[in-house]
Design a protein around this ligand. Structure first.
Ligand SMILES: [Fe+2]
Length: 296
């Protein structure tokens, strides 16, 4: 199971695509039916889809998996009683699978048979997405739900977050204890720490400073730099998230405390709590499809 892409709907899709390609550092993949698809250097045909809409919302977050894993998912999703339906992807790479709505409206899409493309060169391109994080009214409940309904595993719990993995990467998603439901942020995996730092430099050329970072997180130990994108959402340059074994023992909030004046391992950066919070409220979840039987 791998995290592949996010599908965003928003006003000003073309401008958002221009920012992500010209400044952030993605490569255009394709424009199809008015939707802009942007890719990184890795084998996924796209990482971000930008669809023009009257107001912003997060259409879906897409994972790719084997046919066998998809069949397991159909059974566990149906058993959990979640709203879901079979789906054929019209996005680059195609594939067939299911759409699933979690308890707070988060729409996840799981595809099998989605095609990959040849990697491309580019040391300032993101390689892939490394995580997509959601705000939750009840992050604890959602952590349990994704374990039960999706076979994901909680890696760590902190005062602020429930970190969840779907493969050996410490987390591919997380649920923030926010008190409301929305997209928290999208994190791009950069080739190495230098690529993160050069990204900060590139944005600085355009008058943008990190809303938080550079720094190194506790859980996952990844390097980060968060920005508020001109088109609204919080986006992150990240690299080197930890890999964990199958039997990794999940940490509890009391295992993940910081010394005074620290909220990351380095302590070199301020965090714009208010700006980030406002940006996190922009992309809400929306299900514009009817649930249907998964025929399991
Ligand atoms: Fe992150």
């Amino acid at each position: 199971m791998k995290l592949r892409s996010v599908e965003l709907a928003l006003t000003g899709a073309a401008e958002a695509a221009a920012f992500l390609t010209d400044i952030w550092g993605m490569a255009p993949a394709e424009v199809r039916g008015g939707t802009h698809y942007l890719r990184g250097s890795g084998g996924f045909p796209y990482l971000v889809a930008l669809e023009e809409a009257a107001e912003p919302f997060l259409r879906s977050t897409t994972f790719v998996c084997s046919g066998e894993r998809l069949e397991e998912l159909k059974r566990s999703v149906a058993a959990a009683g979640l709203a879901a339906r079979p789906v054929l992807s019209n996005d680059p790479g195609g594939g067939e699978g299911i759409l699933v709505e979690l308890a707070e409206g988060e729409v996840l899409r799981f595809l099998a048979g989605a095609e990959e493309v040849e990697p491309i060169e580019g040391r300032d391109l993101p390689v892939k997405l490394t995580h997509v994080v959601f705000n939750s009214a009840d992050a604890e409940a959602t952590g349990h739900l994704v374990e039960q309904a999706l076979g994901f595993r909680v890696s760590d719990r902190t005062k602020g977050m429930v970190f969840v993995r779907c493969n050996e990467s410490h987390h591919s998603t997380a649920f923030a204890r926010a008190g409301f439901s929305s997209l928290n942020h999208i994190a791009f995996e950069m080739e190495d720490m230098d690529a993160v730092m050069r990204g900060i430099g590139r944005l600085r050329d355009h008058g943008m400073v990190p809303a938080w970072g550079p720094g190194r997180h506790g859980p996952g130990a990844n390097v980060f730099a968060y920005f508020i994108a001109p088109f609204g959402p919080v986006i992150e340059f990240s690299t080197a998230v930890e890999k964990v074994p199958e039997d990794y023992a999940p940490g509890a909030p009391e295992d993940w405390t910081w010394p005074p004046n620290r909220i990351d391992q380095w302590g070199m950066s301020d965090k714009d709590f208010d700006g980030l919070r406002k940006a996190e409220e922009m992309f809400r979840h929306r299900r514009d499809w009817e649930a249907a039987s998964l025929e399991v």
